[in-house]
Design a protein around this ligand. Structure first.
Ligand code: MN
Length: 261
């Protein structure tokens, strides 16, 4: 089995090493093609007005081939699929992101988007994130946990060959994880905000922050919502699809009934 691994925290992120180690536990041939520096929240961004550079790094983590790319997470997957890998991978893994990718954040996430890009190339893919934004992170043991999850997902019956999952690990040590829950994306708890400050030259600038939406989140108790699952110590596994058409919109057909161009 050939596994392509990428992330959005960059080539030096500890979460990437954990995922490499997970893939190696499965006995896979591992190819790491990841951004040379952090590209968090780049979503599906790709580079179009600049060249993209890729350089091979020495083998440091087992036998995985590691290539650092000057672009975004989606650049990494595209370049790997089209140019860098001789054969198509059997699976794309992205992460493990430092911080959860839950609810609306899924749309901003470079981690999830990179996995989705693999899915776009017809390859099954899993995005992994650790729902812990603090610097107090215990990465040890997560590789074994991820290897177990990957194995289960590979063995599952899927409706399509290019299946896609968003997996979020709860912010607890691996041995304290309570189990797995199949979840759906939190419909909407946004805490986006900006702090306005003054630059030395007198101009205003804005520092993005996320307000504490704990109260709003605590009001939600449905165990099948991604944020609730990780809050309660479970691994959240959300099956995803990239199909945004909404054919249930009731009024629009009538609106265009007598339209002539
Ligand atoms: Mn990130």
């Amino acid at each position: 089995m050939r596994i392509l691994i990428t992330n959005d925290d960059g080539m030096n992120a500890p979460g990437l090493v954990a995922l490499e180690s997970a893939a190696q536990r499965l006995g896979a041939e591992v190819y790491v093609v990841a951004p040379e520096r952090e590209q968090s929240a780049q979503s599906h961004a790709i580079t179009i007005r600049h060249p993209v550079f890729a350089h091979r790094l020495p083998l440091t983590h087992g036998e995985a081939m590691r290539i650092a790319v000057s672009g975004t997470p989606c650049d990494c997957v595209r370049l790997a699929m089209i140019k860098l890998l001789k054969l198509k991978p059997d699976l794309v893994l992205s992460g493990i992101n430092h911080g959860g990718n839950l609810g609306w954040n899924v749309f901003h996430s470079g981690t999830v988007s990179a996995a989705a890009e693999g899915h776009g190339f017809g390859v099954p893919a899993i995005a992994f994130s650790l729902a812990n934004w603090t610097n107090n992170v215990e990465w040890g043991g997560l590789d074994a946990l991820c290897a177990k999850l990957i194995k289960q997902l590979l063995a599952a019956k899927h409706s399509r060959p290019d299946w896609l999952y968003n997996v979020n690990l709860p912010p607890v040590p691996a041995e304290d994880v309570r189990g797995v829950r199949l979840t759906r994306q939190n419909p909407m708890v946004k805490g986006d905000n900006f702090i306005e400050r003054e630059a030395p030259d007198g101009r205003s600038y804005y520092w993005p922050i996320w307000d504490d939406v704990q109260a709003a989140r605590e009001a939600q108790t449905d165990p099948e919502i991604d944020t609730v699952a990780v809050r309660e110590g479970y691994i959240s596994v959300t099956p995803m699809r990239y199909e945004v058409s909404n054919m249930d919109e009731p009024g629009v057909e009538a609106a265009f009934k007598n339209f002539t161009a």
